[in-house]
Write a new protein. Structure first.
Length: 476
């Protein structure tokens, strides 16, 4: 049926009835509707009220990101419309600056921080009110924009399968998207036919937000030049969702090799099964174990993959996302690291030999002649040769994209450290030595207490008999 042939209100109502019949618990457990005042949530609230389903309540979250007068007008609108529908309304206000603070602390975008706080309020409110479902007004256009955003952000099949119509949130709660079948045009027709009062969010036009750039800049180009892109993208997502389901079935079978003991805050995996599994299963199994015992729920795919690679390549252990993974006998043990720091970075500017401190870290540099045989035998590694560098030096942890120019050409530091079989935690601690001309050396051997001997130096064709500047980093 074409857009022009779809009845205004009937199409939304029929689709909603299908959703209700698919999830009969909606009628018994009750629904908390996330009601922003915008056209999508107003349509959802109105259509659900028209179905006579209950118990039904609405929650309006004030994000405090817009001018106060705009927020005041919006609150008056949502209160009046809720009264008109006879639906109880709760209003929750997020303190000004709270979203920006969370975004800064977690190093995430404003959109992601606002979403995290909003969903936290929704879940707490639903539990307090004794409701089993939280309904949000995502539609088919939102699904397309989400898929494009996730593709650009390098998502896995978990993200590219798209937003599910219904999923569990834990604690007996479920999130449902009853309007996922409807396009934005369908919703606009319904809103016009029902004369719904609509609040306009000024931030929906701000191009500093990724979703708005996709909606206002990318989508119009695709609509103009690639007429079938919507159907194609949704079709691809449906195929990925089917592949995800198959992958989850295989993962469920593999998890029989895993043991998670929540009471002891520990997990383990059969080591042989882990090494013989495909990379996709290894990463997912490790993610489940780490998530079960770690407070860190933002799991990095790269960090998990690096940890898996380290273990498969023979490393005895790895630190990842607040946990320590150790190969012991026939099991891979996963335990929390109480003093783990997610971002273990440091930076020293060194003008000459001496001692330097930064918090728990201390850096020592001293010169020795190459002819001092006894001292040289004790400290064979962890030094730079005079003439191979110039002061001032920078001694720091690695950064993304770092590379060193060796006699064999430029090499990425990540590739070098991976060949050393260092896990992610140790890679972040290895000192990188830099002068005005670039990276001089990578000195894992100068990391005191780590029992590492690996080194890599910038290309040099001079004498090795000059003085040696020894470097030692403690506390990392």
């Amino acid at each position: 049926m074409s857009d022009e042939e779809k009845p205004d209100g009937n199409f939304i109502s029929r689709g909603l009835q299908k959703c209700i019949s698919k999830y009969p618990a909606l009628s018994s457990e009750g629904i908390l509707v996330a009601y922003s005042g915008g056209i999508d949530s107003a349509t959802l609230l109105s259509a659900l009220a028209g179905c006579g389903i209950g118990p039904l309540r609405a929650l309006h979250v004030v994000h405090s990101l817009r001018p106060p007068e705009e927020l005041r007008d919006e609150r008056e609108l949502v209160e009046a419309f809720s009264r008109r529908l006879g639906i109880p309304l709760t209003v929750a206000t997020i303190a000004r600056g709270a979203i920006e603070k969370l975004a800064s602390e977690k190093k995430i975008g404003i959109e992601a921080a606002a979403r995290e706080l909003r969903y936290g309020i929704l879940k707490r409110s639903a539990r307090r009110l004794g409701l089993g479902f939280i309904a949000v007004a995502h539609n088919a256009d939102d699904q397309l924009e989400t898929l494009m955003g996730r593709f650009i952000a390098s998502s896995s099949v978990d993200g590219l399968a798209g937003m599910a119509q219904c999923r569990r949130l834990g604690g007996g709660l479920r999130l449902i998207r009853p309007l996922l079948f409807a396009s934005r045009k369908d919703i606009e027709r319904y809103a016009e036919a029902e004369s719904l009062p609509i609040s306009i969010d000024s931030t929906n036009e701000a191009l500093k937000y990724t979703r708005n750039r996709i909606r206002h800049e990318l989508v119009p180009i695709l609509d103009r030049d690639f007429r079938g892109w919507r159907k194609g993208l949704l079709g691809t997502s449906a195929k990925i969702a089917a592949d995800k389901a198959a992958l989850n079935e295989y993962l469920a079978r593999f998890m029989r090799h895993c043991s998670i003991d929540a009471s002891k805050n520990a997990a383990s995996i059969d080591l042989d099964a882990f090494k013989n599994a495909s990379e996709a299963i290894r990463i997912r199994a490790l993610a489940r174990c780490v998530a079960a015992i770690s407070k860190n729920r933002r799991l990095s795919h790269e960090a998990l993959r690096d940890a898996c690679d380290s273990i498969v390549n023979g490393a005895p252990g790895a630190d990842v996302l607040g946990t320590r993974i150790s190969a012991r006998g026939k099991r891979l043990e996963i335990l929390p690291v109480l003093d783990f720091r997610i971002e273990d970075k440091y930076f020293f500017q060194v003008l000459c030999e001496g001692s330097y401190g930064a918090g728990p870290l201390s850096l020592s540099l001293w010169w020795e002649n190459s002819g001092n045989g006894e001292a040289l035998a004790q400290k064979r590694k962890g030094f730079l040769i005079e003439g191979t560098f110039s002061f001032p030096l920078i001694v720091r942890s690695r950064k993304p994209g770092d590379s060193i120019l060796t006699t064999d050409g430029a090499r990425k530091l990540d590739d070098i450290m991976k060949s050393w079989r260092l896990d992610q935690g140790k890679r972040n601690k290895v000192p990188v030595i830099e002068d005005r001309e670039g990276i001089v050396a990578i000195l894992a051997s100068s990391l005191e207490g780590a029992s590492l001997e690996q080194e890599k130096f910038r290309g040099y064709n001079g004498s090795n008999l000059a003085r040696r500047l020894y470097i030692r980093l403690k506390g990392a």
